[in-house]
Design a protein around this ligand. Structure first.
Ligand code: S3P
Length: 199
């Protein structure tokens, strides 16, 4: 069978939706949360472009502040110190809104960080299935939590531990194998639903 490569183009967000979402945000950040591999950076960059806002990756900022990679921070100082740095860096970044802020998978598990995000941001949980996550994390070996043990088992454990907390996010978007633009449009629609302009 011949397959013609027709791909349905994702609907673009309407200009009035973009305006309403930016008004809703004012100086808050859209904070992307979710497990490793759920697409926080890839989708975040496109969401930032769609809303014409800066994109900031908290893990990159932690690496800059520490002058080392996340793996080196875990190796040299341990996870507890990484979490402390993560909490501080995210607290600082949250004062720079409006922006799209991608956070590392464990960041939203911290009570203080969740409270700061609630005050200075709108959180978006990018929820993905295990096979999608595993396929995506297999592309790189930069994640210390996946270096020891079976990645599928580690991920399943993290799903059990973290999904109840991630579900506290303001909105949930299903991250799956569709063009990133489609997920961006869905996020903007959901944010628009939160806005007072929504009729
Ligand atoms: C972590 C996720 C990573 C990074 C660190 C710990 C986690 O970020 O912060 O390796 O605890 O889930 P990504 O979610 O961007 O991979």
């Amino acid at each position: 069978m011949i397959r013609f490569g027709f791909t349905r183009r994702a609907r673009k967000p309407a200009p009035r939706e973009i305006i309403a979402v930016k008004e809703l945000l004012a100086d808050k950040s859209i904070v992307l949360v979710g497990l490793m591999g759920c697409g926080k950076s890839a989708i975040g960059k496109r969401l930032a472009a769609a809303l014409d806002l800066p994109f900031v990756d908290a893990d990159d900022e932690i690496e800059k502040a520490a002058g080392k990679s996340i793996s080196e921070i875990f190796e040299d100082h341990g996870e507890a110190e990484f979490r402390e740095g993560e909490r501080k860096v995210i607290a600082r970044l949250l004062t720079n809104g409006p922006q799209i802020l991608a956070t590392g998978g464990g960041a939203f598990m911290d009570t203080e960080t969740r409270a700061r995000v609630a005050e200075n941001g709108i959180s978006v949980w990018l929820k993905a299935d295990l096979p999608v996550l595993l396929r995506r994390v297999a592309r790189r070996d930069n994640r210390p939590l996946l270096k020891n043990g079976n990645p599928a088992e580690v991920m399943e454990k993290l799903m059990r531990e973290r999904y109840p907390t991630y579900s506290e996010a303001s909105i949930v978007a299903e991250s799956r194998d569709v063009p990133h633009e489609q997920i961006v449009t869905e996020i903007i629609e959901k944010l628009y639903d939160l806005s007072p302009d929504e009729k």
